[in-house]
Design a binder for this molecule. Structure first.
Ligand SMILES: C[S@@+](CC[C@H](N)C(=O)[O-])C[C@H]1O[C@@H](n2cnc3c(N)ncnc32)[C@H](O)[C@@H]1O
Length: 375
């Protein structure tokens, strides 16, 4: 029988090398990590409720307030609202002093509807449909997602790309400052799986005279059409609806090709094929921007990337974790060089890679000029 005593005497021969970590039999570990996961469920739905009720927006309007006036303003139960607000304090989204609640900077920036980097709409849609998480064990048993988002991509992606637009536009705009788009006029851009086209829009807004071909599925591309129009860029954009694996792309005709958060839902073989398609579509010296949420190569040091991979497995037919090493290998195999990884905003990493310059025409002995003096 195993006796779970908090401080049994350590055995004489106990060493790390021979018996393992001493606390395994000296002192049991705390249950905190298990409770953290159990309560994580409640934390998530508390945040969803707070956004749905408009708690953050209401406090932004009222300023520092106690639960009573806040509940009056929102026409909700003050007792219940106070419990929600107390939980939001423990998450770091509200401060509370003497029963008066105030927004933290995190809430102002990310959780108010008109915050400068609002994720308010994203919180509900980012994990995918709730039913897929409830059925994760079945997905693992059978190897199939019962209702993958691939069955009706437009229904899932329309609200998703509405919600991610502010974040991705910010990432793309910051990237543009690093890559100097304002000093590179007249670029021809291809944005595959563009959503509301944050990446193409950021380039066109920074690079004078540039034009873009924007692709997405029918049912989603209409959102790009509207957003591009709202930003006064319609005359510089051509829309190409359809599946990015099959639409016709003129080879060697783009200065920049964007794969913005499309690879992780595709599975490795199709993502690799997309990278190769992007290479073919680029002009020599053209640049690929491949943005995604990557996991570290050992799939354990970057929990955000690992969790994103699991989210893909829970919700899509083929999607899965993308490690940095995998993506680098695909880029290399496709022929890209000058591969860099940039992180314009937290967690949002972008591989920037170039198609090599064209080899000059053959020299007098039938060899490319650049090869004549090599070795
Ligand atoms: C996660 S969103 C990314 C949107 C945008 N690129 C961004 O970075 O914000 C993925 C987009 O890819 C589109 N998509 C998915 N499969 C596609 C396919 N086979 N062909 C074209 N677009 C596709 C979806 O409709 C959606 O707009």
């Amino acid at each position: 029988m195993t006796v779970d005593s908090p401080y049994p005497e350590m055995k004489k021969g106990h060493t790390m090398a021979r018996v393992g970590r001493p606390w395994r039999d000296r002192k049991p570990p705390p249950s905190g990590p298990v409770w953290a996961i159990v309560q994580g469920f409640g934390s998530y739905w508390t945040l969803v409720a707070a956004i749905e009720l408009g708690v953050f927006d209401a406090i932004a309007l009222l300023g520092p307030t106690s639960a009573g006036p806040l509940a009056d303003r929102m026409s909700v139960s003050a007792r219940h609202l106070q419990h929600v607000c107390d939980a939001l304090v423990t998450f770091g989204f509200l401060d509370q002093v003497d029963d008066v609640y105030e927004l933290t900077e995190t809430a102002e920036r990310y959780l108010c509807t008109d915050g400068p980097a609002s994720m308010a709409a994203l919180v509900r849609v980012a994990p995918g449909p709730l039913a897929n998480w409830e059925q994760l064990a079945d997905t693992v048993r059978t190897g199939h997602v019962a209702q993958p988002i691939d069955d009706d991509p437009a229904a899932f992606y329309r609200p998703l790309v509405q919600a991610t637009f502010p974040t991705q536009l910010r990432a793309a705009s910051r990237l543009g400052l690093r890559l100097g788009w304002s000093r590179r006029p007249d670029l021809r851009v291809l944005d595959l799986g563009a959503g509301r086209a944050p990446w193409a829009i950021a380039i066109l807004e920074q690079s004078p005279g540039s034009t873009a071909v924007v692709n997405d599925l029918p049912g989603v591309i209409e959102l790009a059409v509207r957003t591009v129009d709202d930003r006064g860029l319609a005359h510089r954009v051509e829309f190409q609806p359809g599946d990015f694996h099959h639409i016709e792309l003129e080879p060697g005709s783009f200065d920049v090709v964007v794969l913005g958060h499309v690879c992780r839902t595709e599975g490795h073989a199709r993502a690799r094929a997309l990278v190769a398609r992007a290479f073919q579509a680029l002009k020599p010296e053209g640049q690929l921007l491949l943005a995604d949420y990557f996991a570290d190569n050992g799939r354990k040091h970057n929990p955000f990337g690992v969790q994103m991979g699991l989210t893909m497995v829970a919700n899509t037919e083929r999607g899965e974790t993308l490690t940095n090493a995998q993506v680098c290998r695909w880029l290399d195999e496709a022929g890209f060089h000058a591969i860099r990884l940039l992180e314009p905003i937290g967690f949002n990493q972008v591989y920037v890679a170039a198609r090599p310059a064209a080899r000059p025409a053959s020299g007098p002995h039938g060899r490319p000029m650049e090869d004549r003096h090599d070795r």
